[in-house]
Design a protein around this ligand. Structure first.
Ligand code: NAD
Length: 393
């Protein structure tokens, strides 16, 4: 099969097996080349491990510290004329590399929100690892079905009043205004159910109840704050309410004892999830330009390698801000970076997009998520889309 990208809105419905494998290999090589001590977690559970920050966390843990990893993913294998999802190909490539390098790596594929998948994962931990010493929670999901069968859908809306600002139309690369309407109370509650901390706590409680987590284990979940232009849409919007709940959950988990729970505030990056948020992709394109020009740009793998090696398990212990959050957005939020971004934001329009934003970088990263546009991959070659994840049947 010759696989080409088929983009529909904010997602690509095809994925390239060889391209995804090449990208995973590049991330592994990056981590291997970084200095690291052996002082890190050894048995790591990553929930939401197939793409973006979760995949990078898994790779960074395995190749920085030789950690055994269990990943929970929600991906589809290839079927007839359809390719697998990129998360499937990423996971297959990671497991194969890890196993070839003598590292334990197994995966559970299914809905991480469900009790069934929690039970399956805990059974695997108990039989293969005994207990985990680190749990990374990196889910980004549009919906969640709770134990009583209720389906909750998250929304990306403001809270209180509507907000108008610039956005980019990625189909034709034009800049125009968009007005984002406020979420209803019900929509806010639903977004908190999906993206807040309830399920993170359910995972930790289930691991504790099954005696499958070490005393004093570390657990981390990911958040975002960003600059003021994105606040109505993000930090103060419906997703921000869910992130507030995630942060409150970290405090509750700490109070309940036995685990050390943290929120890591990560950098804005192109992932399948962030591409769907109004206003944010234009901000990311400008941010990429400014951060690259200032030589401080990082992708998911650079962020997660730095998180684990310097801010969570580094020589200075856990490095947090005054509120107890780990700040991986430190470089993004530097005043000189934000001043430049703000100035470009004020001026940007369709005519000057090329000079004011790194649109090319945005598009390249977007296609890369699905294994396209990667150097050294022959996209005209006939490939077999049917790829196995060794531990998933
Ligand atoms: P992503 O879309 O790249 O990854 C999300 C992962 O969750 C995927 O592997 C997906 O398969 C998995 N997933 C979704 N639903 C699932 C389910 N029901 N069961 C099992 N797995 C499921 O997203 P991302 O951007 O890496 O986001 C991860 C976390 O990082 C989120 O909490 C997000 O808010 C946060 N974050 C993202 C950014 C950003 O700019 N991308 C910045 C800061 C924080």
């Amino acid at each position: 099969m010759i696989v080409k990208p088929k983009v529909r809105g904010f997602i690509c419905t095809t994925a390239h097996a060889k391209g995804c494998a090449a990208e995973v290999k590049a991330q592994i090589e990056y981590v291997k080349a970084q200095p690291h001590s052996n002082e890190g977690p050894k048995k790591v559970l990553v929930v939401g491990a197939s793409m973006g920050y979760g995949l990078a966390s898994r790779i960074a843990a395995a190749y920085s510290f030789g950690a055994a990893t269990i990943g929970v993913i929600f991906d589809k294998p290839a079927m007839r004329s359809r390719t697998a999802t990129s998360g499937w190909y990423n996971t297959a490539a990671f497991e194969k590399s890890a196993q070839a390098d003598g590292l334990y790596a197994k995966t559970i594929n299914g809905d991480a929100y469900s009790k069934e998948i929690k039970d399956k994962t805990i059974e695997l931990i108990k039989s293969d690892l005994g207990k985990v010493d680190c749990v990374i929670y990196s889910l980004a999901a549009p919906r969640r079905t709770t134990a009583d069968g209720t389906l909750y859908s998250s929304v990306l809306k403001t809270v209180g009043s509507s907000y108008t600002n610039k956005t980019i139309n990625l189909k034709d690369n034009t800049v125009g205004d968009i007005t984002v309407d406020p979420a209803t109370e019900e929509e806010i509650e639903a977004t908190i159910k999906v993206m807040g901390g309830e399920d993170w706590k359910d995972w930790i409680d289930a691991l504790k109840a099954a005696d499958a987590i070490e005393d004093n284990a570390v657990t981390v979940a990911y958040s975002y704050i960003g600059p003021e232009i994105t606040h109505p849409m993000y930090a103060d919007g419906s997703i921000g309410k869910a992130k507030d709940h995630l942060f409150e959950t970290s405090k509750k988990l700490n109070e309940s004892g036995n685990v050390r729970a943290y929120i890591s505030v990560n950098k804005a990056l192109v992932t399948q999830s962030s591409a769907a948020i109004p206003i944010v992709p234009l901000y990311i394109s400008i941010l990429y330009k400014v951060m690259k020009e200032n030589n401080v740009h990082e992708g998911c793998i650079e962020q997660m390698t730095r998180l684990l090696n310097e801010k969570l398990y580094g020589k200075d212990g856990v490095v947090t801000d005054s509120e107890g959050r780990i700040r991986m957005d430190d470089l993004e939020m530097q005043p000189e970076i934000q001043e430049k971004v703000n100035k470009l934001w004020e001026e940007i329009n369709t005519d000057n997009l090329d000079t004011h934003a790194d649109l090319d970088g945005f598009h390249k990263d977007f296609y890369k998520l699905f294994g396209f546009g990667i150097d050294g991959v022959d996209y005209e070659a006939d490939i077999d889309p049917d790829v196995e994840i060794p531990s998933v049947n």
